[in-house]
Design a protein around this ligand. Structure first.
Ligand SMILES: Cc1cc2nc3c(=O)[nH]c(=O)nc-3n(C[C@H](O)[C@H](O)[C@H](O)COP(=O)(O)OP(=O)(O)OC[C@H]3O[C@@H](n4cnc5c(N)ncnc54)[C@H](O)[C@@H]3O)c2cc1C
Length: 456
């Protein structure tokens, strides 16, 4: 049987573009459909524009700290949102163009329109054409989940819209306590918003190590963010440009923007998957095996649409190895153990491996090494920030199970430490490593005294 394509990819984001290029490199005839902008969430309205905003926000700290180091800033610094927005747009357009050029150079055909699955080996495009493909890859990503119990949701925004707001919100309500919520809370507050965070739980960042959660919450509070724990908005009404928000405890608060950041869900609605016989999880994620193939052998899925670990490098790795397997004779399966990641708050969190709580559930003897200190810079500025570092160690084998850092450049530091954790390093290996001085990271190899030992 002949097909129009060997591989048809739905979604030109992190996972889809990587799979398309690698498959084409193996000699496959490949097409990709994208209904929004080439590059996907990460490039257009996720990691990259967010990091641009994070960089912008940290100038606030630099200006505030400058005087302690002898600098006089002649006038109060003024921030212009429209300049930052334009700079962000230039960068994401540049990256999107590079993604498109790379696909074209790899001889991947691009359809700039929506595509849905018509049959296990056929795809229908928005313009009405149906094309056949030996393999179909679902790489449609995820979308922000809107909270169904809030009346007046139309007066709120999600992370999709915040990057392109016409007017900078002087008062911002962030709803949610996950990493996207706290990242925006930190950066918007430094750019000049009065930020309130409302969340259902009693602390931010569920699933992260408790010392990181508490440390970050305290430092966000110290930086001026207001928290409303155990409180969610129930209604939003418009009064001119003001969003009047009723909170579950009955309070009414006014904001210029309300950012709903209560999580994301796989973007599988209307993709034709059920009709093609593809099994989905109860909340709509495409179910796949270790090689990213669904129960329908010709249909595969990678990235956020599968709800494994929703991070860009994971989607890229899944796409790459799927293409290797389908067209290059590869057989590798992605290893989801000890995936390092960062939360780009100020201060940042870098994390890899097990939290203390998870380790204590799994291992009989868990040793904790913990330090909390004022970074050198803060001793000059008089700032109250503290760096927190924590190592979670298997007390029986001495193996490093997890590492957690709260502090400047924690994302950069954890990348290197992630290699050690992945290689199965022991605490003794860290002890044997010569510190780099003067750095904050040197504390990771100089923690001699055990803070706690937990025996199950
Ligand atoms: C605000 C924010 C910040 C983030 N920060 C980070 C971070 O710091 N680090 C990190 O690792 N990850 C981060 N992420 C997560 C990261 O962006 C995702 O994990 C990653 O983009 C997933 O890649 P993907 O290929 O699965 O999907 P996506 O990159 O979302 O790509 C899917 C693409 O498919 C397209 N599409 C969907 N349906 C169709 C259809 N039917 N036809 C045609 N096209 C379709 C979409 O338009 C989209 O372009 C962040 C996400 C958000 C929202």
């Amino acid at each position: 049987m002949t097909f129009d394509y060997d591989l048809f990819v739905i979604g030109a984001g992190s996972g889809g573009t990587r799979a398309a290029r690698i498959a084409a490199g193996h000699g496959a005839k490949v097409a990709v459909a994208e209904e929004f902008r080439i590059g996907g969430t990460c490039v257009i309205r996720g990691c990259v524009p967010k990091k641009v905003l994070v960089y912008a926000s940290r100038f606030a700290d630099a200006f505030a700290d400058a005087a302690a180091f002898g600098w006089t800033i002649p006038q109060a610094p003024v921030f212009d949102w429209s300049v930052l927005r334009a700079a962000k747009e230039t960068e994401i357009s540049r990256l999107s163009d590079i993604y498109a050029a790379n696909l074209e150079r790899s001889k991947v055909e691009i359809f700039r329109q929506r595509a849905v699955v018509a049959q296990p080996q056929a795809v229908t495009l928005a313009d009405g054409r149906t094309v056949s493909a030996r393999h179909i890859l679902i790489a449609a990503g995820g979308a922000p989940s809107m909270h169904p119990h809030i009346e007046g949701l139309e007066h709120t925004i999600t992370s999709n819209e915040i990057f392109d707001l016409e007017t900078f919100p002087r008062r911002l309500l962030v709803v949610g306590g996950g990493y996207i919520a706290v990242e925006f809370a930190c950066l918007m507050q430094r750019l000049g918003s009065a930020v309130t965070v409302a969340l259902r739980g009693d602390n931010i960042l569920r699933g992260f190590d408790d010392d990181m959660r508490v440390g970050l919450r305290d430092q966000m509070q110290a930086a001026g963010v207001t928290f409303r724990f155990g409180a969610l908005p129930v209604g939003v009404t418009l009064d001119g440009e003001t969003r009047r928000v009723t909170i579950s405890n009955g309070d009414t608060l006014d904001f210029d923007a309300v950012l709903i950041a209560t999580g994301r869900h796989p973007a599988t609605q209307g993709l034709g998957l059920e009709a093609a016989g593809v099994r989905l999880s109860p909340h709509g994620a495409v179910k796949v095996d270790g090689g990213s193939t669904t129960n329908v052998p010709s249909i595969h899925a990678v990235g956020d649409v599968t709800d494994r670990i929703a991070l860009t490098p994971v989607a890229i790795r899944e796409g790459h190895w799927l293409a290797d397997r389908l067209f290059g004779g590869g057989s590798r399966e992605v290893d989801y153990d000890a995936v390092a990641s960062a939360v780009f708050t100020t201060p940042e969190i870098g994390t890899v491996g097990l939290t203390e709580a998870a380790a204590r559930e799994k291992f009989d003897v868990v040793d904790i090494y913990k330090t909390s200190f004022r970074p050198l810079k803060a001793t000059i500025t008089g700032g109250s920030e503290r760096v927190v570092m924590k190592l979670v160690v298997d007390g029986e084998s001495d193996r490093l199970l997890g590492a957690h850092i709260l502090g400047a450049e924690a994302g950069e530091i954890i990348q290197a430490l992630g290699v050690a954790v992945k290689m199965g390093a022991k605490k003794a290996d860290l002890d044997a490593t010569m510190p780099v001085h003067p750095t904050a990271a040197e504390e990771l190899v100089t923690m001699r005294e055990r803070t706690a030992r937990y025996i199950r």
